[in-house]
Design a protein around this ligand. Structure first.
Ligand SMILES: [Zn+2]
Length: 140
């Protein structure tokens, strides 16, 4: 699993910024990190950003650990069946120990992100992590 927040963050960073941080506005890698809170500043356009702010994870204040855990639960349920009703808000909220509203938001993000052709940010983070898939799961 994902033991620590810092490990999750490093993993995410590898997926989102394989060649180091980039400005989300102008795309340059000429950025510098600010001393606190994992923020960066763009040297050219002055945009301030963080790793989270350029990913789907910006939509809640949940820790990345919870996000990754949630994504894994979601993918497992999804691998078994394509029915959207399989993983209900209540069930998801209970498994994760989050509110129903948070659960709903997470599910919405997952459907959206994981439907992307590249697997989405979450899909790629988890694939890099440890997913060994059965061939029939890849045939979709
Ligand atoms: Zn910039």
């Amino acid at each position: 699993m994902f033991p620590e927040e810092a490990v999750c963050e490093a993993k995410l960073s590898e997926v989102v910024w394989p060649n180091g941080p980039r400005c989300p506005r102008c795309g340059t890698s000429r950025v510098y990190s600010l001393p606190h809170g994992g923020k960066f500043n763009c040297l050219f356009c002055r945009k301030q950003f963080s790793l989270r702010s350029v990913t789907v994870f910006r939509s809640t204040k949940l820790s990345l650990r919870i996000w990754f855990l949630a994504a894994e639960l979601f993918l497992r349920a999804h691998a078994r069946s394509r029915a959207r009703t399989l993983l209900t808000e209540e069930r998801f909220a209970k498994d994760l120990g989050v509110s129903r509203m948070t659960s709903r938001r997470l599910l919405a993000v997952f459907w959206d992100d994981l439907a992307r052709e590249d697997g989405g940010e979450l899909g790629r983070v988890l694939c890099m992590h440890d997913r060994t898939r059965h061939p029939e799961e890849n045939s979709s």
